[in-house]
Ligand binder design. Structure first.
Ligand code: ZN
Length: 86
């Protein structure tokens, strides 16, 4: 019997796409302008993306972003983790 229940409603424990503001991502679907590279400018309830080709900004829900994300082209070093700055 195959019963796979994915915890889509797991709330805060739901894994996020590992992106943060400043990252550059490539999406599966190209923007109407022809570009498929986006800069992440906001990570919150939605993911804010700015098209690097035409500079237009869009907001994607995390689920939609997850689906459309092809790869992370440029990943900023995390500033929050391993905060051992003396
Ligand atoms: Zn564009």
């Amino acid at each position: 019997m195959l019963q796979q229940k994915s915890n889509l409603m797991a709330g805060s424990s739901r894994p996020l796409p590992d992106v943060q503001p400043g990252d550059r991502v490539q999406m599966r679907k190209a923007h109407p302008c022809g570009g498929d590279m986006w800069d992440v400018y906001r990570v919150g309830a939605d993911i804010g993306l700015r098209c690097t080709t035409c500079d237009r900004q869009v907001m994607l829900a995390r689920g939609a972003f997850n689906k459309q994300l092809k790869r992370i082209v440029l990943h900023q070093p995390s500033l929050e983790q391993g905060g051992e700055s003396s």
